[in-house]
Design a binder for this molecule. Structure first.
Ligand SMILES: [Zn+2]
Length: 329
């Protein structure tokens, strides 16, 4: 029981703690919940997307490199459970291309005229890889890589400037022109799961519906998203590395602790830039982590709650004093 709890929190604290059960489950809008459940999930998607959008856009001066932010959330046939796929094909035409799950008002995607339910067929004349083919791949790491390549195809086009999109909507094809804004890396997925968790894959942030239910407001949501986005933005390792396994045994943990401290601190910087309440951070960590903080430090891959509170308090003081961001302190 205690062991399970420790593994569970590791996901939030540890970049890309693998949670295959979550990755294998359908992301939002799968059919099982029915129409009402689906619209609830759509609202949840949009809420997460909006907070991530604010963090990515406002944090831009802090971030290395620019990522083309459009203000929409994708979904792809391969992300749905096999039993839900026929419905997603019938309802959205997700066998034709990657789909738009939600669009943030006022974003470049909204200005382009994109709406939830649209399907992308081509960008600048280049068609997207077949979703059915990708969905047919059994090996998770392989289809994930192909799916991410699909999303990058659009991003690469947008880096060159406004892109010409061929879009499928209600059985008709239309052409739209999509622009983007330079921002911090902020690819987000909301996964339907009863595990209260979030993690970074190195390229994406995945947050569970249970974690979304757990946060009390958007400031706390920004704490979680800011921390995980920071892992991806700062280029922290994507998967459970050898180093991570060693750290789990209490060996060479200091690098990982340093990364976690940096993710906490950089997440606060993103929050401050986006105007979220920094005072939400420490109470959130106390509530979320406090009950798990018994675990012997040597066996853990992350600093203790007390250490994280000090790190957060110091960074908040530095932000309020107008001190610039410094990595690795
Ligand atoms: Zn972390």
């Amino acid at each position: 029981m205690r062991r399970a709890a420790a593994l569970l929190i590791a996901g939030l604290l540890w970049p890309a703690a693998p949670l295959p059960a979550i990755e294998a489950k359908a992301p939002p809008a799968a059919s099982a919940a029915g129409e009402a459940g689906e619209s609830t999930l759509r609202r949840a998607d949009l809420r997460v997307a909006k907070v991530a959008y604010r963090l990515a856009l406002a944090g831009r001066p802090l971030c290395p490199g620019a990522w083309p932010l459009t203000g929409m959330l994708f979904h792809h046939l391969a992300e749905y459970e096999v039993k839900d796929r026929p419905l997603m094909v019938a309802r959205y035409g997700l066998d034709r291309g990657p789909g738009v799950l939600s669009v943030i008002a006022g974003s470049p995607a909204a200005r382009a005229g994109l709406v939830a339910g649209d399907v992308f067929l081509a960008v600048n004349g280049a068609v997207f890889p077949s979703p059915s083919e990708i969905a047919g791949i059994r090996e998770r790491t392989v289809w994930r890589r192909r799916l991410e390549a699909t999303e990058r195809q659009l991003e690469d086009a947008l880096r060159q400037g406004p892109a010409e999109l061929l879009v499928l909507r209600g059985g008709s094809e239309l052409r739209l022109r999509l622009d983007s804004l330079p921002a911090c890396l902020g690819r987000i997925r909301l996964a339907r799961s009863d595990q209260t968790n979030a993690f970074a894959t190195g390229t994406y942030v995945v947050m569970t519906t249970s974690m979304l239910d757990y946060v009390r407001n958007d400031d706390e949501l920004a704490v979680v998203l800011g921390h995980e986005m920071a892992h991806d933005i700062l280029g922290h390792p994507a998967t459970r590395s050898e180093e991570g396994v060693l750290a789990g045994l209490g060996i060479h943990a200091s690098n990982i602790w340093k990364r976690e401290a940096d993710a906490d601190r950089f997440g606060l910087r993103l929050m401050a830039a986006a105007g979220y309440d920094l005072d939400a951070a420490i109470p959130f960590w106390r509530r979320y982590l406090g009950k798990f903080d018994w675990f012997p430090q040597i066996f853990r891959s992350h600093p203790s709650l007390g250490a994280r509170e000090r790190i957060a308090a110091d960074e908040i003081a530095a932000i309020r004093a107008g001190q610039p961001w410094r990595a690795g302190i």
